[in-house]
Design a protein around this ligand. Structure first.
Ligand code: FES
Ligand SMILES: [Fe+2]
Length: 339
């Protein structure tokens, strides 16, 4: 897995009540909130008797172990051993750079010197008054994170996995366009003059058929921006300006590998209609959760099949995007390991 990258460690509000433990890229990590409100993260287990520091408590900016009170700073340095002079050698643990942004806590799992918060993904419209926001709880998938990025780069699956929500019978035949950029891959297509699919029917502010953009962009190592655009039929197409009736929903998807076979999935949406409609936000979160649960059920079963039959499966035309993404990510991982 790529270590020199920002991953989502938690929702920001998950560390409000006290320290929590998470597994990220195989590393057990404990996160807490410092006195100044900023997040902190260190390796989970105390250097003394290996009690998880999630069982401890926060003292100012430090976390104190719940067994014998050793105190650690946000960089993992052991700063106090109660009832004795000085700190023994080997008491320090690992600290991880963390940053709070977009309602999430981001963690840098690689070389501390290379952690640059400016490289955290930008989220246009976040926190602006004319865009609505909704989110759900993070989900835990029992599958490798690349099965999720494969799925995000494969919009063809919506016709089979999500027939009653995102999909529609008109989707299957329209080919995808794949574009490669230094930071990731985008597959997209315009589906022209088709009925609005069920998930979006109440959201789209016009009646009749629509031209619909499906834009699935996945960035290395495992973030996805999915755009859904609906415009009245006849107005859609690449590079054309969006008219006043256009509906836009940007879906942000952040996948954090826990282990080789489990992943955490954080998501939220931003929409350009009815920004203050809380009931709509709740309904959207529920609908997205229902649809993503359909992905989860399939991908967990795919993982089971992959584990049972580990030899290379066949590929078909719709795998072109996912395979390209995996190839490039592999190159990045190999280059990182070579340092
Ligand atoms: S186990 Fe943490 S202080 Fe003893
Ligand atoms: Fe899906």
């Amino acid at each position: 897995m790529l270590r020199n990258a920002w991953y989502v460690a938690a929702w920001a509000d998950e560390i409000d009540a006290g320290p929590i433990e998470r597994k990220i890229l195989g590393d057990p990590v404990v996160l807490w909130r410092k006195e100044d409100g900023g997040p902190a993260a260190v390796s989970a287990f105390c250097s003394h008797r290996r009690l998880s520091l999630a069982n401890g408590h926060v003292v100012g900016d430090r976390i104190a172990c719940g067994y014998h009170g050793l105190e650690f700073g946000a960089d993992g340095t052991c700063l106090n051993v109660p009832c004795q002079q000085g700190v023994p050698k080997g008491a320090d643990i690992r600290g991880y750079p963390v940053e709070q942004r977009w309602g999430l806590v981001w963690i840098w799992m690689g070389d501390v010197a290379r952690a640059d918060p400016a490289t955290i993904i930008d989220v246009p419209h976040w926190g602006t008054s004319d865009w609505g926001y909704n989110r759900g709880a993070a989900m835990t998938y029992a599958c490798n994170y690349l099965l999720i990025t494969d799925n995000l780069l494969d919009p063809s699956h919506v016709a089979w996995v999500h027939p009653t929500s995102f999909g529609g019978s008109s989707c299957e035949a329209v080919p995808m366009r794949t574009r490669e950029a230094p930071d990731g891959l985008t597959v997209s297509r315009w589906i022209m003059d088709a009925p609005v699919t069920p998930f979006y029917r109440d959201l789209v502010p016009f009646s009749g058929n629509a031209d619909r953009l499906q834009h699935y962009e996945v960035r290395y190592p495992s973030l996805a921006v999915i755009k859904a655009v609906f415009v009245p039929a006849g107005q859609g197409g690449d590079g054309l300006p969006l008219g006043p009736d256009a509906f836009v929903m940007d879906s942000y998807n952040f996948i954090t590998p826990e282990t080789e076979t489990t992943s955490r999935y954080y998501w939220f949406q931003l929409r350009n209609v009815r920004p203050d409609d809380a009931a709509l936000s709740d309904a959207m979160s529920a609908a997205v959760l229902a649809a993503f649960s359909e992905d989860l059920a399939v991908l967990n079963e795919v993982q089971r099949g992959m584990t049972a039959m580990p030899d290379l499966p066949i590929s078909i035309a719709t795998d072109a995007g996912p395979l390209r993404f995996r190839h490039r990510l592999n190159q990045l991982i190999t280059a990182e390991a070579g340092h």
